[in-house]
Design a protein around this ligand. Structure first.
Ligand code: ZN
Length: 168
């Protein structure tokens, strides 16, 4: 009876595209990079035991959470966003803005607590950002942020953050 219709919906998001899980070659490249010693250093097994599965894959394996899934996306409360791995303060609520990308976005980091690296995970150059204390992957920074302020868009995986309200 009738023809079957197949609908293929391809969603293309600007920024934080796709899943950035590293392939084998890139993992090896990473190993060859200069070793950074972080203040908070744990073995892979320790991180695995301590973090939830999603936190582990984002923070330790540089995976990207699905857009529009973070509980923190619509959070407008005043407070500090800290690293879900080691509790280092990373972003302030006054620097959070609605980017429409589906990931929590900030125009400024807490200076000195976020470190940067360059990756080519999806075929072109992006600036990766991670916690300067434990090395946990947070997301990427792009130059299409609010012009009124810094012009930067820190596109962050909400799962990599915990929120501490000012009232506490
Ligand atoms: Zn951290």
């Amino acid at each position: 009876m009738g023809k079957k219709l197949f609908w293929i919906v391809v969603l293309i998001f600007s920024g934080c595209k796709g899943i950035s899980q590293k392939n084998q070659n890139q993992m090896e490249e990473t190993k060859n990079k200069e070793e950074v010693v972080y203040e908070v250093t744990k073995t892979d097994a320790e991180w695995r035991a301590e973090l939830t599965e999603d936190e582990y894959y984002v923070l330790r394996k540089a995976a990207t959470e699905r857009p529009f899934t973070s509980e923190l996306l619509e959070n407008k409360d005043k407070g500090t966003y800290v690293c879900a791995g080691c509790a280092t303060p990373l972003f302030r609520s006054e620097n959070k803005y609605r980017s429409g990308t589906g990931w929590p976005s900030f125009d400024l980091e807490i200076e000195g607590n976020v470190a940067y690296d360059v990756d080519y995970d999806i075929g072109y150059k992006r600036t990766e950002e991670h916690c300067a204390t434990c090395g946990g992957h947070l997301g990427h920074v792009f130059d299409d942020g609010p012009r009124r302020t810094t012009g930067k868009r820190h596109c962050i995986n909400g799962i990599a953050l915990d929120f501490i309200p000012d009232s506490k």
